[in-house]
Design a protein. Structure first.
Length: 85
């Protein structure tokens, strides 16, 4: 922040240091698992996109976070298994 010459940059850095770096989503990996998502590296992608949506003001609460995830990362429906006769 000390090397930033423009006031806008200083304000942006200050906002990050004082508030934005503490931002967390309400949903966690455990919540994604409970929603039916298989655990794996995609959890980080989903939660990162969710955090971005939160910081951009697209989601403000847990319910909106769930809707966001369902819309942007729909669960794949697995076809029913055929029973051998």
């Amino acid at each position: 922040m000390a090397i930033a010459r423009k006031n806008e940059i200083q304000k942006g850095v200050s906002l990050y240091v004082t508030e934005l770096r503490k931002a967390r989503t309400q949903l966690t990996g455990a919540d994604l698992k409970a929603m039916g998502y298989p655990p794996g590296p995609q959890f980080k992608i989903i939660l990162d996109k969710l955090l971005t949506a939160q910081l951009d003001g697209m989601v403000q609460n847990r319910q909106e976070e769930e809707v966001f995830i369902q819309q942007h990362f729909p669960l794949q429906k697995t076809p029913p298994t055929l029973m051998a006769s």
